[in-house]
Design a protein around this ligand. Structure first.
Ligand code: NAD
Ligand code: MG
Length: 391
């Protein structure tokens, strides 16, 4: 039970989720207080956020920017820390109630493990944490009595559909996908799409990594794995449907055949606010959905022979062990290489598939095994990219 304002640590406050979370917190300053802000390299924005929200601690990941941040905040009672290890220290601070994991990629794993061990409520945007190590995170959260509240819009939708249904088994869930900017494209068309085209998402404005993942359907693949862990589902209980308008955020079907959906305009502030305010729905002035603005809501099957990443993610889920950790690490390198114009759009799936085929499979990995798998997969994937560029 939180008494007084909920005290929040935001990991990745300068990103798309982080900045929207700060908007939500500003609008509800009577309910929330920011205790920790962190960023990897955007020192200027971190400094201005710190001056506006007066957290007790800020962390700049890039140690070369420590002096800049420290000097800019020296007139304020704010402790400035640097480096990725510091994330693990700030999340365990006594006063923190909720840790919002709004940082991108594998970097979310270790601070989240530390936060759960310290019994902090997790508002989870960083889906990669569950993709990499869901088998470790979910039992740990249960053991510690910690709630993991999804921020990802699809998972928030399912979580909302399940409220009041804890005694009713789920038959299946349906995750909706916008289809991204290349919906309907053939492999031939995908071969020459550019970074700039891939970065233009039709419905959502997000960080670069998740935007590329959305264009390649890897985002939906990661979300399938995330959902399996969050809601305790088998692979055959998870379906994906393309819904280009992004109004229905996902659905649950129960054993009587009844389906529940959660709807709204595509706006991440809603699931962010829901997770931070849980179990209460807080008032908002977000624009409302109006049927008169949408003549039709449409649905189509995802094309998994063209967008292979979705199939690869289902494969990783059914294989279990460290396979999704391998998929994630290879994908992070693939997206980075695509963003640097080192490989093409289709090669991202080639690299992930190759990494999954060649990686060392471990059926029951420990935390150390996940760390090692991530490291090794990255090295091999980097070499793949180098070799590809020499061809
Ligand atoms: P982003 O790139 O906009 O922001 C990432 C944040 O993390 C920044 O503050 C950055 O400084 C920090 N960061 C980056 N690398 C880091 C590292 N190695 N160590 C520590 N901090 C680091 O990303 P985003 O779009 O806000 O996404 C954040 C997470 O939320 C991702 O896991 C993404 O999949 C998930 N998510 C995002 C959205 C969205 O609408 N943006 C929706 C659903 C889920
Ligand atoms: Mg999502």
């Amino acid at each position: 039970m939180v008494v007084g304002k909920k005290k929040i640590a935001i990991l990745g406050s300068t990103g798309s989720i982080g900045t929207q979370a700060l908007e939500v917190i500003s609008a509800h300053s009577e309910d929330f207080q920011v205790l920790v802000l962190t960023a990897q390299s955007n020192a200027d924005l971190l400094i201005s956020q710190a001056r506006a929200f007066l957290p007790s601690h800020v962390v700049i990941g890039d140690e070369a920017k420590f002096i800049q941040v420290k000097q800019a905040l020296q007139d304020l009672p704010i402790e400035v820390l640097a480096g990725s290890k510091s994330l693990e220290d700030v999340v365990v601070m006594e006063e923190v109630d909720v840790v919002l994991t709004a940082l991108v990629g594998y970097a979310g794993l270790l601070p989240t493990v530390k936060a759960i061990r310290a019994k902090k409520t997790i508002a989870l945007a960083n889906k990669e944490t569950l993709v990499v190590a869901g088998a470790l995170i979910m039992p740990l959260a249960k053991e510690m009595g910690v709630s993991i509240l999804p921020v990802d819009s699809e998972h928030s939708a399912i979580f909302q559909c399940l409220m009041g249904e804890s005694h009713n088994p789920i038959e299946k869930i349906i995750l909706t996908a916008s289809g991204g900017p290349f919906r309907g494209f053939s492999r031939e068309q995908l071969r020459c799409v550019t970074r700039a085209q891939a970065l233009k998402h039709p419905n959502w404005t997000m960080g670069a990594k998740i935007t590329i993942d959305s264009a390649s359907l890897m985002n939906k693949g990661l979300e399938v794995i995330e959902a399996a862990w969050l809601f305790g589902l088998e692979q055959h209980q998870i379906e994906v449907i393309v819904h280009p308008q992004s109004i229905i955020h996902s659905l649950v079907q129960f054993e009587d055949g009844s389906m529940k959906a959660q709807m709204g305009l595509p706006d991440m502030k809603l699931p962010i606010q829901f997770a931070l305010g849980y179990p209460n729905r807080m008032r908002s002035d977000f624009p409302r959905f109006d049927f008169r603005d949408f003549g039709q809501l449409t649905f189509e099957q995802p094309d998994i022979s063209t967008f292979r990443n979705l199939g690869l993610a289902f494969d990783a889920l059914s294989k279990g062990g460290n396979m999704a950790c391998i998929l994630n690490a290879a994908n992070e390198i693939a997206v980075d290489a695509f963003l640097k114009d080192q490989i093409g759009f289709l090669e991202m799936s080639d690299l992930v598939e190759d990494s999954m085929a060649k990686g060392t499979f471990l059926a029951q990995p420990s935390l150390e095994d996940y760390i090692e798998t991530d490291k090794l997969t990255r090295v091999n994937a980097q070499n793949w990219v180098k070799t590809y560029n020499k061809r």
